[in-house]
Design a binder for this molecule. Structure first.
Ligand code: 1CP
Length: 349
């Protein structure tokens, strides 16, 4: 019987043979889909996430349209801190913004423990609905990694330089550790609840970890990530760790306990494999910008990713970062079909 547990996606995460190379896209649900824009209207994304009927439908839309091998829960990395009342809004066209950013020790009290059943019942109901509708297709649950969530809490919104975060971590390492521990506990609790409701895999988004040097990453971000991996290992579901611009960090990320390391488009997968060793699977890594190129260029770029992944088992095809809002959905459908037809990593037909 086909189940999420023996799907191509889960098998590839575990480095096992597959009937075809699995593919899904970060940010596959959302603004690039006309059916999403129609359903969602103009309210805050937090409202859409709080409505399980809408959130479940949005989660399923890309699975239907593209035939991807996994769904990712429609939510956001700031949803748990929003739910415990930190004071977050997600501004259209910009991203998460804090009314009152995290500044000093007194702000720790604003990060009380998360109780998913009481704080996020709507997300868990969305998971229930999606799992029921998906059948044999796996659902990926997720959380934001402590460093990346902290970057929003401290900077107050999207940042390019991360000046306040870096100032705080270097000047008050004790407070930083306590902040990381709280966020790690919240991420762990939230991901465990998603699996309890039927999610088949987890992804930890440390999207902005690439702003750190290897020694900063090792000292300030990796310990909390390891704690989350340790505290979710018993669940028996594969866990992916992803960040952007992490070429210099891939080796360290592979020591986190993650089963899969996500790679952006800057490092070819054969080189990424040399950096991570043999113990993890790799996810990636088509440049999202190339979905705007001609079909010839897009096909060639997709094939280059498949070539770099080689024939060794343990490749999940994805973009190197999220789908861009103006991406033509037909380009993504084309990529899915090509990967299914030509992917070779661990494929036994
Ligand atoms: O109103 C909207 O439609 C706003 C756009 C949007 C969407 C569709 C935001 C605001 N969040 C989301 C959903 C979302 N966010 C998902 C589920 C959909 C899917 O993946 O298919 C997921 C997994 C996220 C996770 C997320 N949020 C990350 C990690 C992934 C990544 O892209 O690196 C990050 C960094 C965020 C913060 C965020 N939320 C929204 C925006 C525009 C941003 C980025 C802002 C920035 O540049 O800092």
């Amino acid at each position: 019987m086909n189940t999420p547990a023996n799907s191509a996606y889960i098998r590839a995460c575990r480095g096992l043979s597959v009937p075809h190379t699995p593919v899904w896209f970060m940010r596959q649900a959302g603004r690039s889909l006309p059916e999403y824009r129609e359903l969602r209207g103009s309210g805050s994304i937090l409202q859409a996430i709080a409505d399980p009927v809408i959130a479940a439908e949005v989660t399923l839309q890309p699975v239907r349209r593209y035939g991807v091998d996994a769904a990712i829960l429609f939510s956001d990395i700031v949803v748990p801190v929003h739910a415990i009342g930190f004071g977050v809004d997600v501004v259209p066209g910009r991203g998460p913004v804090m009314a009152d950013p995290f500044k000093d020790r007194s702000d720790l009290a604003r990060l009380r423990p998360l109780h998913p059943d009481a704080d996020l019942p709507y997300v868990l109901e969305t998971v229930d609905r999606v799992v029921e509708a998906l059948g044999e297709t796996p659902l990926i649950g997720f959380a934001g990694a402590p460093f990346t969530v902290a970057s929003y809490l401290i900077e107050g919104g999207p940042s390019r330089e991360f000046t306040k975060v870096k100032a705080l971590m270097h000047s008050d390492p004790q407070l930083w550790v306590e902040l990381m521990e709280r966020l790690a506990e919240g991420a762990t609790t939230f991901m465990r609840a998603q699996v309890a409701h039927g999610a088949s895999a987890l992804q930890l988004f440390d999207s902005w970890a690439g702003s750190l040097s290897p020694s900063e990453y090792e000292c300030f971000a990796l310990p909390a990530t390891k704690a989350i991996m340790d505290a979710t290992a018993d669940l028996g579901v594969p866990r992916t760790l992803f960040g952007v611009g992490t070429g210099e960090l891939l080796g360290l990320m592979a020591t986190s306990g993650a089963d899969v390391v996500g790679v952006d488009w800057r490092v070819p997968l054969d080189e990424a494999r040399r950096r991570v060793g043999d113990s993890v699977s790799l996810q990636g890594n088509l440049d999202p910008a190339l979905t705007f190129a001609s079909t010839e260029v897009l096909d060639a770029a997709t094939r280059r990713v498949l070539d770099a992944a080689g024939t060794r088992p343990g490749h999940i095809f994805n973009l190197g970062h999220g789908v861009l809002p103006t991406t033509n959905p037909d380009a993504l459908k084309r990529v899915v079909d090509l990967v299914h037809a030509e992917g070779r990593a661990g494929v036994t037909k």
